[in-house]
Design a protein around this ligand. Structure first.
Ligand code: GDP
Length: 435
């Protein structure tokens, strides 16, 4: 998905506009417990275009002076964004700080739309013209607080998105990415995998605008490791803001079939790990949890079970993801990794037979009857069918979708999971009214 970044000096209304744009998308209502969201990143949707939106004003950059922060935010936006929305305050008019930001943006050659905010009524539109002198792009009057002009702005922004890049890998290639905080051992792990016996690394790395891919083959299965860029491209700006690396992880997740959530056994789990794993879950990718540096942990016969329990407690929403303990350094247990990748990928793409699926649901309902509402109306399940894979998605036709409560849906999900041995993949269940 392309990235739209919002840039501008403090208090021009960046987060109001961010919230407006996020709010404009058609929400797909789904219960997603345990998934935390980061306020400064979100998915947006406009006229069939899906994109990420990032409010650079929310990125914390240590205790740099204010203008320095704005400058770094602008540079980050340029680096990552496909289109930049530059927000200025129409009531105050052009300021010196705006001009400095615009100079940074001019050098970038990325498309820019200027959002002149706080234009709450038409009488103010004459104020617009001075902003053309910034010379960075089309100028749109908007009112974040009244929600005016956002549509025109988005029309223009989505037009400037780059055309979708098709990647050249075959249908059967497993696209995998490793996500996790700096220093958990992602690059070491990639090197260890590529160094395994019988692994043949393609001599030509695939490159896209955002990542360096490493295609390889093992036992006739083709894979590609999608580099989260952060692995190779390191610099002050990237390291100065941990939050920022989330965006890189998001882009890798977007292109992956299987996501390896890498955790450092020495450090345990922190909020950041959960956030990134939450995105992989929401994106419906197959997921493996990899606990690296297991060599560095002092262990007895209970340590692994305890660590596993800790992971399960922290990642309630990833109860389906297998956990692998290994060491990239000593290569211990490394041989289990690719087979696990194959297994979750297979589950992710598994298509079940409709009649077997319906048998499973009938059995599930027999064991644990469907719920009723306060008026005594009972959920009736008419018929179920799998509509897609990656992730496996099922439609259940019912008398009234409102009657399918979260807990019962979860119950059915678990029954389906058990019956067909879906490992390491989320399962989506959609209730539809039987027409
Ligand atoms: P990345 O930032 O996630 O790519 O992490 P790196 O692969 O650069 O690894 C960070 C540090 O952890 C390096 O000093 C590695 O040598 C070390 N490291 C990586 N894997 C292991 C491991 O399995 N065990 C131990 N003890 N150290 C490791």
């Amino acid at each position: 998905k392309p990235v739209l970044a919002i840039v501008g000096r403090p208090n021009v209304g960046k987060s109001t506009i961010f919230n407006r744009i996020v709010g404009e998308r058609v929400a797909i209502v789904e219960d997603k417990p345990g998934v935390t969201r980061d306020r400064i990143y979100s998915s947006g949707e406009w006229l069939e275009h899906e994109f990420y939106i990032i409010d650079t004003g929310g990125i914390e950059i240590g205790d740099e002076p204010l203008f320095e922060q704005v400058r770094i935010q602008a540079e980050l936006a340029i680096e990552e964004a496909d289109v930049i929305c530059f927000v200025v305050n129409g009531r105050e008019g052009l300021t010196a700080a705006d001009e400095e930001v615009s100079q940074i943006l001019q050098r970038s050659r990325k498309p820019v739309v200027v959002a002149v905010n706080k234009m709450d009524d038409h009488s103010m539109h004459e104020k617009l013209y001075e902003f053309y002198s910034l010379g960075v792009g089309e100028v749109y009057p908007i009112s974040g607080s009244h929600g005016l002009g956002i549509g025109d702005l988005l029309d223009h922004a989505v037009e400037s998105f780059p055309k979708v890049e098709e990647d050249a890998y075959g249908e059967d290639t497993i696209r995998m990415s490793l996500i996790g905080r700096p220093n958990v051992g992602k690059s070491s792990l990639v090197n260890a995998i590529l160094g395994e016996e019988r692994v043949i690394v393609s001599s030509i790395p695939g490159t896209t605008r955002d990542a360096i891919d490493t295609p390889f083959t093992k036992d006739d299965q083709e894979y590609v490791v999608i580099d989260t860029a952060g692995m190779r491209k390191r610099g002050k700006v990237y390291e100065s803001t941990e939050k920022y690396s989330v965006l890189r992880a998001l882009k890798a997740i977007e292109r992956s079939d299987v996501v390896l959530v890498v955790i450092n056994a020495e450090e345990g789990i922190i909020e950041q790990d959960k956030k990134i794993a939450g995105y992989a879950h929401e994106a419906g990718r197959a997921i493996l949890i990899v606990v690296n540096k297991w060599d560095a942990v002092e262990k007895d016969d209970k340590t692994m079970r305890e660590f596993e329990q800790k992971i399960r407690d922290h990642f309630l929403f990833l109860d389906y993801a297998p956990i692998i303990f290994l060491s990239a350094l000593t290569k211990r247990r490394l041989q289990h990794l690719l087979p696990a990748v194959n297994q979750v990928s297979e589950s992710h793409n598994l298509r079940v037979q409709t009649h077997v699926l319906n048998d499973v649901i009938v059995d599930a309902v027999t064991m644990n009857p469907t719920p009723t509402d306060h008026g005594g109306r009972r959920l009736r399940i008419n018929y179920s069918t799998q509509v897609s894979v990656a992730p496996p998605t099922f439609i259940i036709f019912v008398n009234d979708p409102e009657l399918l409560h979260f807990s019962y849906k979860r119950y059915l999900e678990n029954k389906i999971r058990e019956a067909f041995n879906f490992v390491g993949t989320p399962i989506h269940i959609i209730a539809r009214k039987k027409s």
